[in-house]
Design a protein around this ligand. Structure first.
Ligand code: NDP
Length: 329
């Protein structure tokens, strides 16, 4: 009898500790912070869990010259600090933590942070982003982390290599598109393709093949990237002949795909074969009421800070309208 009362009491104490949130934002990139700014101004009292990389992918880049409102450019970390400060100014609570589990089908939705903290939420805005895939070379990581000329975004960083020779790895639509983009800025673009054919659509392939300053290195892999503080070259090997050669490049782009950070929502939300969350076109709505997907986790086409920010704004407006129409807020 005593044991059972004690157990019930313990359960009550545990449950009474569960925090309820009107608007939970998962992820802290431009999409998440913009959602937070709008949600806070609409008095939804948003709480954001940042994930393990507060600020997201932009904290790993250097200059950002294409985000509107910064005529002289801004560094990725500074831009993210500004967005965070703006979200906090209106009352967003930003917390460090990784959402590790979600039950989005229950009402309210149930969320677990760092495997332990349980929360409930009326609305959830998913802005978990996507992570670029990398080849895995030691010098690739080092030069990428030190802003030494290794990048996964030609649109973001191509400008810094104007008039220079660069290399790009990959053979999908992104690599083809980025190689074409770089060819307009750079003197020469080497495209390193690991097979004897490209995965990119025929139209994109045609564009690459007909661009005179793109040289395709078929059946080739990158052995190493050279340079102490900045890229000074890349060693590539032909897989069929074993022949190696050094490319005199100052920029090295990797375009071998992205992985959307959506694994924890598998089985609850619709996603494509690569894991990008499916949203109702023209909105940020997923198939579940009160659950919205914004930014790169649901966008494999544009993947820009400003498009992510725009969809973050849409997510907050969708959440606000849902809360109003369902009488919750
Ligand atoms: P994909 O997965 O389509 O292509 C990745 C490419 O990288 C493949 O060619 C692959 O080679 C290569 N690759 C993978 N790992 C390595 C490695 N370790 N070393 C060297 N090469 C490697 O990714 P994308 O980002 O190109 O495209 C993702 C999706 O987005 C696709 O569905 C694409 O169609 C779409 N997209 C559409 C665009 C548009 O419509 N404008 C623009 C950009 C993307 P292999 O072929 O040998 O596997």
């Amino acid at each position: 009898m005593f044991l059972s009362v004690n157990f019930t009491l313990q359960k009550f104490i545990m449950q009474s500790k569960i925090e309820h949130i009107t608007c939970l934002i998962i992820g802290s990139g431009p999409a998440g912070y913009t959602a937070a700014i709008y949600a806070a101004r609409a008095d939804l009292k948003p709480i954001m869990y940042t994930g393990l990389t507060p600020g997201g992918q932009l904290t790993e880049t250097t200059e950002v010259d294409n985000f509107p409102g910064y005529p002289n450019g801004v560094t990725g970390p500074k831009l993210m600090d500004d967005l965070k400060a703006q979200a906090e100014r209106f009352g967003t609570q930003v917390r460090f933590g990784l959402v590790t589990k979600a039950d989005l089908l229950s009402k309210p939705k149930r969320i677990w942070v760092d495997e332990t903290i349980e929360l409930t939420a009326d609305t959830v805005i998913i802005s978990t982003g996507a992570s670029a895939k990398w080849i895995g070379l030691e010098n690739e990581t080092r030069l990428r982390m030190n802003a030494g000329g290794v990048s996964a975004c030609a649109v973001c960083d191509g400008f810094f290599f104007k008039g220079q020779d660069v290399a790009i790895v990959g053979a999908g639509d992104t690599a083809a598109e980025e190689a074409t983009y770089l060819s307009k800025l750079c003197k020469k673009v080497y495209m390193i393709v690991r097979r004897g054919e490209m995965r990119a659509s025929k139209a994109m392939q045609q564009r690459v093949l007909s661009t005179p300053n793109i040289e395709i290195l078929w059946d080739s892999e990158t052995v190493d990237i050279l340079g102490k503080d900045a890229v000074e070259g890349a060693i590539v090997r032909n897989i069929k002949t074993g022949e190696t050669k050094t490319l005199n490049v100052t920029g090295f782009f990797v375009a071998i795909g992205h992985t959307p950070n959506t694994g924890i929502f598998k089985g609850q939300l619709d996603m494509d074969e690569q894991g990008y969350l499916t949203i109702i076109p023209g909105s940020t709505k997923t198939k579940l009421d009160g659950v919205y997907a914004v930014g790169d986790c649901s966008d494999k086409t544009y993947r820009q800070a400003v498009t992510a920010a725009g969809s973050g704004c849409m997510g907050a407006l969708d959440a606000e309208r849902y809360l109003n129409s369902s009488g919750i807020h």
